[in-house]
Write a protein that binds this ligand. Structure first.
Ligand code: PEP
Ligand code: MG
Length: 588
């Protein structure tokens, strides 16, 4: 077979070599037949039982989640459970059976096709990934109906494992990803998915090489084909000649050695060659992630994405975590960090992180009732969270970080709510740190363009570059169709970053970055050269960033940085970045 190469969206790190294991979706060309009138109710029952069985399957997967499972998985499973419970899936097809006498499979597929057509008509690119979720849930029901469980290779013992297996699929549901953990898969290749799709997020958490958004890879690749995934480049080589395999094996060995070496830097402080110390912090999603943060040498938690405590709650008594539950989670994270600061971000739900299917603007969720907007509309929920955070602040340094702040009145209302939570605790004689620092995420362009409003009232700022880029460039961060337009080095982004760090410097308040740019080693010199002294990132990326800092002399970077910040010519920006020693930044 002739070798060929596919280019997709890189979403994870590293290289893997193995054989393709194709996952075929359940055949959507199901049997079509009409059921006799007297059999209609038993056909309805057949579909209801299949749905109930899928519910059980999801619950079992949920209950079997190993303690070290990526924190996002519980949330993803819940999204599928919510879809399954939605009347569009759990009731509408039953009506199709009753009204049209369709068999159960046909009724389900008819409904899914109608739903898909509706998604297509709305023409909202963001919804594409939700559409995939609905299809995954439908496929699960069909598999039960057709009595055909997804074929997975059994857990092979070492001596019978001839090669690593790489999953090749149209798309992979989070629930399936969970099952794959127990099988010897070492890579993921999918036709669909954007940089923030489920496969992307989970493979990053698992540290497994993956490329998504490949278009029709699952049709071009055949079962057992040899594959190489070069995750950093987003490249999949199909049926490579042995000389190419040898080349990648060598690169793989070099990468592995480099990673081991980096781990030795754990206790070394991140100080540049001209003596400037940079605080490298970790982003966490659950308190148990604090261990990995310490292991990577983080000097604190720069972003605790508290919304993950609010998702993944199937099987819990309360739909929302109680004050006690939240308090315990925040306290555990604070205690685990042993005196290092923990920045807890208040609830950031909405957009790609719905709390449930009804509470966000389905037409344009990224611009809808998200984050602080949601919290200010749900004061009791917000107050409960603030009380829990305040109570945790007696166990170590805690900072409160507020997402999506845009308006001056939102800042005021947030500060009033914090004051109210403090007053309540005082009245109840409950201790907390009265001087707790409160900061704003700068992630809406309007915030970056009205910084005096923020620096006057807040103790620190932290830039959420993922959203700042999404909103400034009007690029949905979860949509692979516009992923090529997502650029961290667009002059507009660089100007906003520079304005923010300069405003913080002038006002004497710290400005961190906690979005994806902080963990991109190609940008480290640029960011610290601009003046950033705090970077917060996934723990796994921290050692690499530290090494870049140790190898940097900030003063000698300045001429390049000045040129970059004065230029609105992408070619000049790219050229100067290369000269900073960061060749490889893709020009957009
Ligand atoms: C960001 O927007 O950059 C950020 C850190 O927050 P999240 O990715 O959770 O939206
Ligand atoms: Mg954000």
């Amino acid at each position: 077979m002739a070798s060929f190469t596919l280019q997709g969206i890189p979403v994870s790190r590293g290289i893997t070599i193995g054989r393709a294991h194709l996952l075929r979706p359940a055949a959507l060309d199901v049997e079509h037949y009409l059921v006799a009138q007297e059999e209609v109710e038993s056909e309805v029952l057949r579909l209801q039982s299949a749905i109930a069985q899928v519910h059980k399957e999801l619950q079992t997967i949920w209950a079997d989640l190993p303690p070290d499972a990526p924190t996002e998985l519980g949330a993803f499973l819940d999204v599928h459970a919510l879809i399954l419970s939605d009347p569009m899936i759990s009731e509408a097809p039953l009506e199709v059976i009753r009204i049209r006498n369709y068999n159960a499979e046909w009724a389900l597929v008819t409904q899914i096709e109608a739903l898909s057509a509706q998604f297509d008509e709305i023409e909202d690119d963001y919804l594409r990934e939700r559409k995939a979720d609905i299809q995954q849930v439908a496929e699960r029901i069909l598999k039960v109906l057709m009595g055909s469980a997804q074929h997975l290779p059994h857990q092979a013992s070492d001596d019978e494992r001839p090669a690593n297996l790489i999953v090749v699929a149209r798309d992979i549901s989070p629930a399936d990803m969970m099952q794959f953990r127990n099988v010897a898969f070492t890579g993921f290749v999918t036709d669909e998915g954007g940089p923030n799709s489920h496969t992307a997020i989970v493979s990053r958490s698992l540290g497994i090489p993956a490329v998504v958004g490949l278009g029709n890879a699952s049709e071009l690749i055949e079962q057992d084909d040899w594959l190489i995934i070069d995750s950093d480049a987003g490249v999949v080589v199909v049926a490579p000649p042995s000389i190419v395999i040898d080349y990648y094996r060598d690169r793989q060995a070099v990468l592995l050695k480099a990673r081991k070496k980096l781990n030795r830097l754990k206790k070394t402080p991140a100080i540049t060659q001209d003596g400037i110390e940079i605080s490298l912090l970790a982003n966490i999603e659950l308190p148990q992630d604090a261990a990995a943060a310490l292991e990577a040498g983080a000097v604190g938690v720069g972003l605790f994405r508290s919304e993950f405590l609010f998702m993944g709650r199937t099987g819990h008594e309360h739909v929302l975590p109680t004050e006690e539950e939240q308090f315990a989670a925040y306290r555990d994270a604070v205690l685990a960090m042993k005196g290092r600061p923990v920045t807890i971000r208040t609830l950031d739900v909405g957009a790609d992180k719905p709390l449930d299917t009804t509470d966000h603007n389905i037409l344009n969720p990224a611009l809808g009732l998200r984050a602080i907007r949601y919290c200010l509309q749900e004061p009791q929920l917000f107050l409960t969270q603030l009380r829990a955070i305040l109570r945790a602040s007696v166990f170590g340094p805690v900072h409160i970080l507020v997402p999506m702040l845009t308006h001056s009145f939102e800042i005021d209302q947030t500060l009033e709510m914090i004051e109210k939570a403090k007053q309540e605790l005082r009245a109840e004689n409950i201790k907390f740190d009265d001087k707790i620092l409160v900061g704003a995420m700068i992630e809406v362009p309007a915030a970056a363009l009205s910084l005096p409003m923020f620096v006057k009232k807040l103790d620190f700022l932290s830039i959420g570059t993922n959203d700042l880029i999404q909103y400034t460039l009007a690029i949905d961060r979860a949509d692979h169709e516009v992923a090529h337009l997502y650029s961290d080095i667009h002059p507009a982004i660089l100007q906003l970053l520079h304005m923010t760090v300069s405003a913080g410097e002038k006002a004497g308040i710290p400005v961190a970055i906690c979005g994806g740019m902080a963990g991109d080693v190609r940008l480290t010199r640029l960011l610290i050269g601009m003046g950033f002294r705090e970077l917060s990132m996934p723990a796994a990326l921290l050692p690499e960033i530290k090494q870049a800092i140790l190898n940097t002399h900030i003063e000698s970077c300045q001429p390049h940085i000045k040129k970059i910040l004065r230029s609105f010519d992408p070619a000049v920006i790219h050229d100067e970045l290369s000269q900073l020693g960061m060749a490889g930044v893709t020009l957009q």
